[in-house]
Design a protein around this ligand. Sequence first.
Ligand SMILES: Cc1cc2nc3c(=O)[nH]c(=O)nc-3n(C[C@H](O)[C@H](O)[C@H](O)COP(=O)(O)OP(=O)(O)OC[C@H]3O[C@@H](n4cnc5c(N)ncnc54)[C@H](O)[C@@H]3O)c2cc1C
Length: 379
Amino acid sequence: MDFSDNPEQAVFRRRFRAWLSENVPPEVPHESDAREAAERAWHRRLADAGYDWLSLPKEFGGQGLPESFEAIFNEELGRAGAPLPLGQGHLARAIAKFGTPEQKTVHLRSLLEHTKRWCQGFSEPGAGSDLASLATRAERFRGVDGAVRYRIDGQKIWTSDARYSQMCFLLARSEPDRRKHEGISVFLVPMDLRGIEVRTIVTAYGSNEFAQVFFDGVEVEAGALLGAPGQGWEIANFLLGFERGPADNGWIARMRRTIQGLEERLRKGELEVDAAGRIALARAEVALRVLEIQAQRTLSKRMGGDAPGAAGSVDKLLLTRADRAVHGVMMDLLGAEALSHRTPRLDDYFWSLAQSIFGGTSQIQRNIVAQRLLGMPRK
Ligand SMILES: Cc1cc2nc3c(=O)[nH]c(=O)nc-3n(C[C@H](O)[C@H](O)[C@H](O)COP(=O)(O)OP(=O)(O)OC[C@H]3O[C@@H](n4cnc5c(N)ncnc54)[C@H](O)[C@@H]3O)c2cc1C
């Protein structure tokens, strides 16, 4: 299989690399609020330069380029050590696929123009891995004006960036009489509605990007429902396939940059390594190479029109393994240098630990591989 660039891809890569060499901002700050502001500003700059929504179809306001351009874009960002873009593309794809013409006009535009930030209200205290057990209710009722509305009550947790978001892509149970997977719907909910409370969760490493979000009698118009009542599970799976897939290429290139940086410093004698360190470094290199090949394979399938689906779980598992290996050996080799003060490297290390949890834990990914790819019976 030949994964090298074709002439158009090569031109795009050269042009973007040249642009990056002039425009990459200094490392983003660690403090969450400052980080959010810096990442938004960076995203705007990319958009203003025309590096935005590359693979979203033209009919929805994207540039309609093949997914390979998206991968090149992410790869070059990672290679340059630039901040990665805000990951909202999977939400745009879901709205483009399942939305009404009005939802597409209103919400796709706000996503495309970056006028609104979105968060994802899926997990609950009693429904993480077993997401289909979610208990947040959306009860249909007719208002005094005769219009159909939904009243939302419940609680979400681990909602990334809720404190910065103006919209929530919310999963709630609207059809309590149906089987659990069939009773869930998606609602597109403005975060400034009466009855919504966002409580920040400060993590062990001092970040405040997570929140609990409480919904207490929140009323939304019927037009907030995305797709049909009870279609939420299908929409969530469609979206998660894109969240886990080769869009991670930017992270892979960033890991490659980290490994190359370590190897260079070892060759120059700036770092010391013992026998165990050499083995760990070799393991990280192998894990990264396997991941790079798998990401290319997935990308070529995706360009052939295949949605990522359950196979995205293989990528996620390989990504997690490589991430742990690369950042584990990085911490061993850098030692006190990485720990003495908050560095982007330390943030990358913490992120590598979270990698096995968000978007579905590694155990759940293995279940998906066993049951949906290999056809093993459920236990
Ligand atoms: C960085 C980060 C960002 C996140 N962002 C968001 C967000 O924006 N929105 C959102 O809704 N959620 C978000 N989450 C939450 C995330 O989706 C959940 O943490 C995850 O799905 C696991 O759920 P849980 O924490 O409730 O763990 P649990 O489901 O309680 O699992 C606990 C342990 O049991 C294991 N386990 C559970 N069930 C099984 C099973 N059937 N077979 C084998 N093992 C099992 C799990 O693998 C895990 O090790 C985020 C999490 C992280 C770390």
